[in-house]
Design a protein around this ligand. Sequence first.
Ligand SMILES: Cc1ncc(COP(=O)(O)O)c(C=O)c1O
Length: 378
Amino acid sequence: MKSKRRFPQKGIAEGKIMARILKAKREDNDFTDGTVFGSMCTSPLEIAKKVHSMFLESNLGNPGLYMGTIELEREVHEAVASLINAPEGYEALSVGGATEGNILALWRARNECGKNKVILPKSAHFSFKKACDLLGMESVEIPLDKDHLPDLYIMEDKIDDDTAVVVGIAGTTELGLVEPIEEIAKIAGDIHLHVDAAFGGFTIPFLKQYETLPRFDFNISGVDSLVLDPHKMGLSTIPLGLYYSIDEHPISVEAPYLTGKHQKTITGTRMSASIPAFWSVIKYIGFEGYSSIVESCMKNTRVLLDLGKSIGLDPIVEPVLNIVSFHHQDPDSVVKKMAKKGWNISQTVNPRGLRFVIMPHVTEGSIYKMVPALEDCI
Ligand SMILES: Cc1ncc(COP(=O)(O)O)c(C=O)c1O
């Protein structure tokens, strides 16, 4: 039997299309009602949405056609470089997110030294699994200690002559911890050190207690590359990650029929509207705006921490960033029960627990509404 054709044969009226589109949009979660506690993304600022929609055709895969966008990109790279203390001669690439940035970092490290091993704390994001698989690299997992930080003795022991790259994380996905990058740098020595600051990169620099937190950026000698995500705590539109390296990224593929003549990112044609969008956010709210948003997230994090304790939950760690995770033996069932009640929460695997990311769309009011439902579900 011939399969039913799904591709439309004739066009239909815009009204009908929009009715279906609006239905789909209503079925999507959005961040406005404060029910999403399981996402590291948030509603971008209005100015970012407005600017993003003006640059839908921009494609920095073919940069010569978009001289305006490329100038804004240069300014974004410079502004963020100063936030993370990138040294003179650094190179920045706008990528689709930290997954792409992490792949680039491992790719570079492998090609430069011809070695194959990736020293990876157990806390590392699953994007590194993709990277290792794609690049044919071997990941060497470093267990965590009682504080859920990489065991540095084991790390030192595992580094050997085949090691291409060591990874440290500033803002772990499950617990929001900042790993001791300075100590990791000492252990790594001359080996490429890559910092995954996808989440922490736009949180840590704005915290009041910044000075007392472990340093994580290019201030530390030995850090070779770093990724951070404007589409997470950078409050901009999806997709945007930033990859920085201390010097020129050597992997470059010729693109002779395009204006740029070579490409360094994994993607070719790439959505670039999020770059002007992010430019507008950093100009609009500045360092002070970010600081007050981050502080408000931290205040709400403490509200959830206390309320969670009051219903008998035990935090896995005292939060450092705006993520609270509580021990739980059966997080899967709680996540499902909460979803039935209209709440999106997430879970940790290592150790098992319930995970809440307190992004700017999560208000104190939404926490107070969510906790009674949580109490019913645990
Ligand atoms: C620490 C960390 N690294 C990398 C990623 C991957 O980021 P993306 O999904 O933007 O590629 C995440 C996503 O949550 C993350 O938390």
